[in-house]
Design a protein around this ligand. Structure first.
Ligand code: FES
Length: 153
């Protein structure tokens, strides 16, 4: 039986190594992260060693190697959000959830992702949780948001 990855790779039937990044982006869009199985399949498809694919994929911080958590938290670190204190808020998320950006918590409840400008600079600093935006954040608001999330874990 064909997997989602098989179907996706069919779109790139004559692909070369130059297509690696678009292929990885499509896989991540489709299954939410780059699984080991997906990397192996891409390696066979492009006739590339998996170590080289990992090497390239880890260079770009857009790629995830673990599934998303129940609460996927995107933290904007564009210029405006940075100026408005995003770095401090990112540290707060990491400390409270005990994971680093790019990781998913062991219980599968949370994942953190740094993203570039989310297009809502007027409300900096901005985050989104499962696609819902929160703006004009400060440490106290983030603590309250985290309290709510943890209560509903
Ligand atoms: S920099 Fe964060 S929304 Fe634009």
């Amino acid at each position: 039986m064909k997997t989602k990855i098989d179907n996706l790779l069919e779109k790139f039937s004559h692909a070369s190594a130059n297509s690696l990044i678009p292929i990885l982006q499509d896989i991540q869009d489709e299954i939410g992260f780059l699984s080991e199985e997906a990397i192996v399949q891409v390696g066979k498809h492009l006739d590339m060693p998996t170590s080289k694919i990992y090497g390239l994929a880890t260079f770009y911080n857009q790629f995830r190697f673990q599934p998303r958590g129940k609460y996927h938290i995107q933290l904007c670190h564009g210029t405006s959000c940075h100026v408005m204190g995003a770095a401090t808020l990112i540290e707060l998320f990491e400390k409270r959830l005990k994971i680093k950006t790019g990781q998913t918590s062991r219980n599968g409840a949370y994942s953190l992702e740094i993203v570039p400008c989310m297009g809502a600079c007027a409300f900096s600093p901005v985050i989104s949780i499962n696609g819902k935006f929160y703006g004009n954040l400060n440490q106290q608001k983030v603590e309250e948001l985290l309290d709510d999330l943890i209560d509903n874990e």
